[in-house]
Design a protein around this ligand. Structure first.
Ligand SMILES: NC(=O)c1ccc[n+]([C@@H]2O[C@H](COP(=O)([O-])OP(=O)(O)OC[C@H]3O[C@@H](n4cnc5c(N)ncnc54)[C@H](O)[C@@H]3O)[C@@H](O)[C@H]2O)c1
Length: 376
């Protein structure tokens, strides 16, 4: 199977078989596609929120993917939903067990890896750093060791803006100081440092994508953000609105921002996934390590997001005001010039469309849980 990467030089779409008519149309529309031969792409964490959207995008373009996940925060139902689109191999396993990963590389002809698997709840990481270091650092180390032992040398890694800590200036660029203020951010920075050393000594090439706030859901199939312990703003606003339970909290209303609430950079999930496709393409083309901020460069305050949700819900959404949380900077926005210049990545989704997609997904989740309850 093949990976269809974006390439500026190529306008020739005549030799893009084997493709279904549907796929051909997609490719022809995008025109500037070049094929890199990638036999199989391993997606760790593909049953989770961001990973599942990436799996879908790769399947859509006829790539051969293998998903590895321990389902600690991911969902088998998401795998089943993806399989309705096209079948692929799902392996239940844990990155903390090196044997599980060794088996993968032994049994499949894996060419490159997109590494989403990780734990990512800041408060949990403060309470229990041990599980974060074991899962995110040891798990990643097991993966990288297995990769180099099996001569697999290309990886895209899900990093985070949390590695920067409190911003010295805005928008944050990739050269900003790295001084994470919680164990979660520290685990991600540690993994980035390991990747630098593994590039230098073993030639493991990585593209690290430092995401800002991922949000929204697929507009094509039934997958979306599904965290049992949800800490993200948009799903929490929508859950509160749809269940009418008034569970929404705003943490701090006296920040030095236009309306007193925190400003964050919300990046649409489909735009975010597009960055991964471009990152894979970059690795195929340049075989070189790099790092990119993935955010819109724009910021929305908590109150602005609530107001956008109210427009879609067509009702006022109630909230409670709670004290500021430790370690929440007033503003976090990305300087995304590097991703635009080098990857040619351009986020183009509007926040209202992103919220609409999240709204539709939350309604689906709610109906699903009502149906489940009625069954029991
Ligand atoms: N969601 C965001 O806004 C955001 C922002 C910055 C960075 N990130 C990073 O992106 C990645 C994906 O985030 P997400 O929101 O999709 O999270 P998620 O919890 O929905 O997905 C993570 C997936 O990894 C799996 N997993 C975790 N530990 C594993 C292990 N040891 N072995 C095998 N599988 C394991 C989980 O079961 C889950 O399916 C994470 O690494 C996260 O740190 C996310």
């Amino acid at each position: 199977m093949r990976f269809f990467g974006l390439c500026p030089q190529n306008d020739d779409v005549t030799n893009l078989s084997p493709l279904t008519t549907h796929h051909s149309l997609l490719i022809i529309k995008a025109k500037k596609f070049l094929i890199y031969n990638i036999s199989m792409i391993l997606i760790t964490g593909g049953a989770g929120y961001i990973g599942s959207h990436c799996v879908y995008e790769l399947l859509k373009h006829n790539n051969d993917v293998i998903v590895f996940d321990n389902l600690s925060t991911g969902h088998k139902e998401i795998i089943d939903e993806l399989k309705k689109y096209r079948d692929f191999k799902f392996v239940l396993g844990d990155l903390k067990n090196k044997n599980d990963i060794d088996e993968l590389f032994k049994n499949y002809d894996i060419d490159s890896v997109i590494h989403f698997a990780g734990l990512s709840i800041v408060s949990e990481s403060v309470k229990n750093p041990k599980i974060y270091y074991e899962n995110n650092v040891l798990g990643s180390l097991n993966l990288f060791n297995s990769m180099i032992e099996n001569n697999v040398k290309k990886i895209v890694f899900s990093s985070t803006c949390a590695i920067y800590g409190d911003p010295d200036y805005l928008p944050i660029d990739e050269n900003h100081q790295k001084k994470p203020i919680n164990p979660y951010g520290k685990t991600k920075l540690t993994v980035e440092n390991i990747l630098d050393d593994y590039d230098y000594s073993y030639g493991l090439k990585s593209v690290r994508l430092r995401y800002f706030n991922a949000c929204g859901a697929s507009t094509e199939i039934n997958i979306g953000e599904w965290h049992n312990n949800e800490t993200h703003l948009i799903p929490n606003i929508l859950k509160s609105a749809l269940t009418n339970k008034n569970t929404l909290n705003i943490f701090g209303t006296d920040y030095p921002t236009k309306d007193g609430t925190c400003i964050r950079d919300y990046v649409n999930i489909e735009d975010l996934i597009n960055a991964h496709i471009k990152a894979l393409d970059y690795l195929g083309k340049y075989n070189s390590t790099n790092v990119f901020n993935i955010g819109t460069g724009l910021g929305n305050s908590v109150k602005e997001i609530i107001s956008e949700c109210e427009k879609i819900h067509a009702q006022k959404i109630k909230y409670n005001i709670s004290p500021k949380r430790d370690g929440d900077p007033a503003v976090l926005t990305a300087n995304n010039n590097k991703a635009k210049d080098i990857l040619k990545w351009v986020p183009d989704k509007m926040i209202k469309d992103t919220i609409l997609s999240a709204y539709n997904w939350e309604k689906y989740l709610l109906l699903r849980s009502i149906k489940e309850c009625n069954k029991t």
